[in-house]
Every structure is written in structure tokens, then in C-alpha cells.
Design a protein. Structure first.
Length: 304
């Protein structure tokens, strides 16, 4: 890195006769040279007055004291010259009428906008005042309220001990029921029927219900989805049939219904093997019809 140039040596103190300037640029007193930093040339001193190499133009607003030089100014070409600090710019003076009135006006306007935004936020967060339960009630025992008459015609042997459960909460009422289906000659269950009723009391299940059931086939390989009309606000039949006769495979079908903020599903499942006593199980079309018939009846009963 190069070394900065040495600053110029200070001239000899003034005498009666001004020595020639040692600087390479014109002296501040040289006629026609102009003053330093663009100031106009200094007026010539009266005849007989000593010339000073320190003579500088007087700054506007800074009076020079008698016998003392004015404030020193940086010399042109000085490598150490640095610009002074910029002035701090303050707020403009208040016009006629005063800035206080404007400040109060802007403050009031800001408070009004904030209040409106707060009210809108509360409205969006709070949502509807009441859940759309479409007139449904949650039974204490869903198995007793469940109508599966169509399946009883196919499986007349009554299950004496169905499995049930119930949840009751401020946000959700839920009922579950699982029934074993048997034909007269069967020792073990030939098929299973499962039902679930949910009353959503805080949140609308619509978007998630549609996403889960309408797109079920996209996330579960081998399943078919059919849109069912005439039951609730929307309904989907999801099925998977891998049966081959009555000795192998499985049959699965679920009818999922949403009516307002109430969701209901009824599921049939059967697993076939050569050991099963049932040699004439229902087909998928027959099971689908039974699910639709019994679901309509059950949902109608739950509104009473």
C-alpha cells in the first residue's frame, strides 16, 4: 500500500513584506486568481498594509474578531480534506392552523381503521354462531338406533352382543357401533357391519369430508368411488371387491354421508375362504343397495 503524501509545510509567520507563495496554486491574494474554494478574490489591502499569507475570506454569519483571522478553510488539493457532517433535517414548521390538529386527525383516523380491522378479524375467527346439525341428535346407543333391516334379510341371525361406544363433548358428539352378521347355519360371523355418527359442533367438516372421500381412490389403490345423490348434502360409495366366487377374496364397501355438519358412515366387510359355511355371499351391487336403503332409514330416524 502506498504512503499518503506529506502535508505541505506551514509558511513562515507574516512580516512587513509578504514572501512569494511556496504553493503550486495561486495565492489567495493574487489578482484574478479567485479566492479558495470558489470564493471571490479578496480585495487588495490598503497601500502600506502588510500582506498575510493566512488571509481568508470571512464566512457569512461568522464575524471576524479584530486582529484575529477568520475560521480556517481547507486548502484546495489537500489530500486530508474531509467533508463536514451533514446537517440534521428536522420536521417542517407547522403551517397555519397548527400541526397538533393534523396529528389528532391522523390519530383518530388510525384508531378508526384499527378498530375496523379488529372487528373484521373477530368476525372471521369466530365464524358462525351455531353449528348446522340439520336437526340430528346423538343417541346414547347407536346400535339401538341403527336400522340395518336390509342386512338382516341376508343375515337373519341376530348379534346378541354388538360393540358400541360413545363420545360426548362440547366440540363433538360421536357414536360407534360394530355388529357381526351371521347366517343361520354359520358358527362364526360371515360379515361385519360398522356404523359411525359424528355431530361436529365447532367446525364445519365439509371441506375435509369431501377431500377424504371423493379422492379416496387416489390414496388407496384398488378402491372405486361413486358419487351418490339423494342422501344428505353429499355422499360417496367407496368399494373394493377382490372376491372370486365364494372361496377367496374380500368385499369391502362404505357409504359416507355428510348432511350439514353431521357425518355418517356405514361399512360392510366380508372375507371369504374355503372354510366358510356361507357359499352364497351377496354381490357388491346387492351390498351397495342395502347400504343406501338402511342409511336413508337410519338418518331419517335420527332426526326424530
Amino acid at each position: 500500500m502506498s504512503t499518503p503524501p506529506e502535508p505541505p509545510q506551514q509558511p513562515t509567520p507574516p512580516s512587513d513584506t509578504a514572501p512569494p507563495s511556496a504553493y503550486p496554486y495561486p495565492s489567495p491574494q493574487s489578482p484574478g486568481a479567485g479566492g479558495p474554494l470558489g470564493f471571490p478574490p479578496a480585495a487588495p489591502a490598503p497601500q502600506g498594509a502588510p500582506q498575510s499569507v493566512y488571509a481568508q475570506p470571512t464566512l457569512v454569519g461568522v464575524p471576524a474578531q479584530p486582529g484575529q483571522p477568520g475560521p480556517p478553510q481547507p486548502q484546495p488539493g489537500n489530500p486530508y480534506l474531509q467533508p463536514g457532517p451533514y446537517p440534521v433535517v428536522g420536521p417542517p414548521p407547522a403551517g397555519r392552523g397548527g400541526g397538533a390538529g393534523k396529528a389528532v386527525l391522523w390519530a383518530a383516523l388510525g384508531a378508526l381503521v384499527a378498530s375496523a380491522a379488529w372487528a373484521a378479524g373477530v368476525f372471521l375467527i369466530a365464524g358462525p354462531d351455531k353449528a348446522d346439525l340439520a336437526g340430528y341428535t346423538s343417541p346414547s346407543n347407536l346400535c339401538n338406533a341403527l336400522d340395518y333391516s336390509s342386512f338382516k334379510q341376508e343375515y337373519p341371525d341376530n348379534d346378541g352382543s354388538p360393540t358400541r361406544n360413545r363420545l360426548e363433548d362440547d366440540a363433538l358428539d360421536e357414536g360407534l357401533c360394530s355388529i357381526s352378521l351371521k347366517k343361520t347355519a354359520s358358527t362364526y360371523a360371515d360379515a361385519y357391519l360398522y356404523a359411525q355418527l359424528d355431530l361436529h359442533k365447532k367446525t364445519d367438516p365439509g371441506p375435509e369430508f369431501t377431500a377424504a372421500w371423493k379422492n379416496y381412490g387416489d390414496s388407496h389403490t384398488g378402491y372405486d368411488v361413486e358419487t351418490v345423490t339423494g342422501i344428505g348434502d353429499e355422499a360417496y360409495l367407496v368399494s373394493n371387491d377382490t372376491t372370486s366366487g365364494s372361496s377367496s377374496g374380500s368385499l369391502y364397501a362404505t357409504l359416507a354421508v355428510r348432511d350439514g355438519w353431521v357425518t355418517y358412515t356405514m361399512t360392510y366387510s366380508a372375507y371369504y375362504s374355503s372354510y366358510d359355511a356361507d357359499k352364497d355371499p351377496p354381490t357388491l351391487d346387492e351390498v351397495s343397495d342395502m347400504l343406501k336403503t338402511d342409511t336413508r332409514t337410519t338418518l331419517a330416524d335420527l332426526k326424530d
